[in-house]
Design a protein around this ligand. Structure first.
Ligand SMILES: Nc1nc2c(ncn2[C@@H]2O[C@H](COP(=O)(O)OP(=O)(O)OP(=O)(O)O)[C@@H](O)[C@H]2O)c(=O)[nH]1
Ligand SMILES: [Mg+2]
Length: 407
C-alpha cells in the first residue's frame, strides 16, 4: 500500500515536562510509522490550555492548513484525544483527514488483530470511540478511503446511523461473550493442571516476543514495530529434567491508552490474570524506560493484577545508555538477542518457582513408577535418590501450594 503523507500536531501544555512532551511526540512518530504513514512535517504549539473549538489556536490552524496544502498531506494526526467538535472545526479549515492519537492506536490494533476475539474487541472499541463523535462527522467520514485511522469496520459501516452502530455493538458483545466463555474454559482447564505459569508483560516493543521465542523456540512475530503482538499466545517451556511450565506472550502496553481499549486489554490479559509470576520486560535502552515502567504498573493496578509477584527483566542492555539505573528490586539484566539470555532467565524462573511453590520431600516406592513420572513433570524436582534399603525413591522439590481441584 502506498504510504500516506502525515503531518503530526502536538500541543505542549504546562502540566507536562519538556522531556515527557518530546517523548510522547517520539512515540507518536513511531506509532505513525507502524501504521505505515510517512511523516512530512510536524507542528508544535505551546499553550496554557487547549483551544476548546479547534484544539490549537486559530492562527496555528491556518498555519496547519497551509502546511497541508504545501505537502499535499493526506492525514493530520493530533497527539491527544480530540472532541467531535474539534475534529469538525479543524476539518472545515484543513484539507486532510483529521485523526487523533486514540484513533491511530485503534487503527494499529485493527491492522494487528489476528484472532476472532482480537478483531471483535478492536471493532467494538472502534465503534465505542466513534459513537459519541458520529453526529456532524458525516462530511469527513465520506472522505474515508481505508487509509490510516479508517481501517477496521470500513466506510459503509461507519456511515450507519447511531442506532445501527449500537445494534452492531450489541451483536459484537454477544459474540465476544461466546468466545470469552470458550477461552475461560481453556483457562480453567489450565488452572486445574497445577502447572506453573509465567506471563510476559511490558511496554510495546520492549522485547517480550523475542524473549518468548527464545524461551520456547517458537516464532511469534517479533519486529521493531509497536503492537507487533496483539493476541495472547501461551506455550510450554521446558526445563532440565522434564519439568514444564507455561508462558504467555501478551499485547504491549502504551501510555494514555484509550479507555475504550483498556476494556479490550482486560479480556486479552485474562490469559495472564491467573499466572503465578509476571515477567515485566522493560526496554532499558529507551531513555523513557521509567515512564514505561510506571505506565505498565499503573495499568496492572487498573486491571487488578498488581497482587501477582513480578520479576522485572531489563532488556536490550547491549544498547544501554549512561542514564540507565535499574529501579526495581527484583530484576535481571539481559539482552534477549544474546545466546546466554535463555539460560540466565530460566535460572531466575526456577528461583521464582522455588519461591512461590511449596517445598516437599517424600518417598515413592519403586512400584509406583507412574506416580513418579507424573511428579517429575508437574513438580520441580531438586533431588531424586534411590534408597536401596527402602526400595523407594526419595524425591524432593517444589509443587503447587494448592492441590488441583475440579471446580
Ligand atoms: N538491540 C536489541 N534489540 C532487541 C533486544 N530484544 C529485542 N530486540 C528488538 O526489539 C524489537 C521489538 O521486539 P519484540 O519482541 O517484538 O517486542 P514486544 O515487546 O513483543 O513488542 P509488542 O509485541 O509490540 O508489544 C525487535 O526488533 C527485536 O529484535 C535486545 O536485547 N537488544
Ligand atoms: Mg510482541
Amino acid at each position: 500500500m502506498e504510504q500516506e503523507k502525515i503531518i503530526l500536531v502536538g500541543v505542549f501544555l504546562p502540566n507536562r515536562t519538556e522531556e515527557a512532551f518530546w517523548n510522547s511526540i517520539r512515540e507518536l512518530r513511531s506509532l505513525t510509522s507502524t501504521a505505515n504513514g510517512e511523516i512530512v512535517d510536524e507542528l508544535i504549539q505551546k499553550l496554557e490550555r487547549v483551544n476548546q473549538a479547534s484544539f490549537i489556536g486559530s492562527g496555528k490552524l491556518l498555519e496547519l492548513a497551509e502546511l497541508v496544502e504545501m505537502h499535499e498531506a493526506d492525514v493530520v494526526i493530533f497527539n491527544s484525544e480530540l472532541s467531535a467538535t474539534q475534529v469538525r472545526n479543524i476539518s472545515k479549515v484543513v484539507a486532510a483527514r483529521v485523526i487523533d492519537r486514540t484513533q491511530l492506536i485503534l487503527d494499529i490494533f485493527a491492522m494487528r488483530a489476528k484472532s476472532r476475539e482480537g478483531k471483535l474487541q478492536v471493532a467494538y472499541a472502534q465503534y465505542k470511540y466513534l459513537l459519541p463523535r458520529l453526529s456532524g462527522q458525516g462530511a469527513s467520514l465520506s472522505k474515508l478511503g481505508g487509509g490510516i485511522g479508517s481501517r477496521g469496520p470500513g466506510e459503509s459501516k461507519l456511515e450507519m446511523d447511531k442506532r445501527h452502530i449500537r445494534e452492531k455493538m450489541d451483536d459484537i458483545r454477544a459474540q465476544l461473550t461466546h468466545v470469552e466463555k470458550h477461552r475461560k474454559r481453556i483457562i480453567n482447564r489450565r488452572n486445574e493442571q497445577a502447572i506453573f505459569r509465567f506471563g510476559l508483560i511490558g511496554y510495546t516493543n520492549a522485547g517480550k516476543s523475542t524473549i518468548f521465542n527464545r524461551l520456547t523456540h517458537e516464532t511469534t512475530i517479533e519486529e521493531d514495530k509497536l503492537f507487533a503482538t496483539l493476541d495472547p499466545t501461551t506455550r510450554k517451556i521446558r526445563f532440565a529434567g522434564g519439568f514444564q511450565a507455561l508462558i504467555t506472550d501478551t499485547v504491549g502496553f502504551i501510555q494514555d491508552l484509550p479507555t475504550t481499549l483498556i476494556a479490550a486489554f482486560r479480556s486479552t490479559l485474562e490469559e495472564t490474570a491467573n499466572v503465578d509470576v509476571l515477567i515485566h520486560v522493560v526496554d532499558a535502552s529507551d531513555s523513557d524506560y521509567l515512564q514505561h515502567e510506571t505506565t505498565v504498573l499503573a495499568l496492572l493496578t487498573e486491571l487488578e493484577m498488581n497482587h501477582i509477584p513480578i520479576l522485572t527483566v531489563y532488556n536490550k542492555i547491549d544498547q544501554i545508555t549512561q542514564g540507565f539505573i535499574p529501579d526495581r528490586p527484583e530484576h535481571l539484566l539481559i539482552s534477549a538477542l544474546s545466546s546466554t539470555a535463555p539460560t540466565s532467565l530460566k535460572q531466575r524462573m526456577i528461583e521464582l518457582i522455588e519461591k512461590n511453590w511449596h517445598y516437599f520431600s517424600k518417598e515413592i516406592s519403586e512400584e509406583q513408577g507412574k506416580e513418579l513420572a507424573q511428579i517429575k513433570q508437574r513438580a520441580w524436582i531438586t533431588k531424586l535418590e534411590y534408597l536401596e534399603d527402602n526400595k523407594a525413591y526419595l524425591v524432593e522439590g517444589y509443587q503447587p501450594r494448592k492441590e488441583p481441584t475440579n471446580d
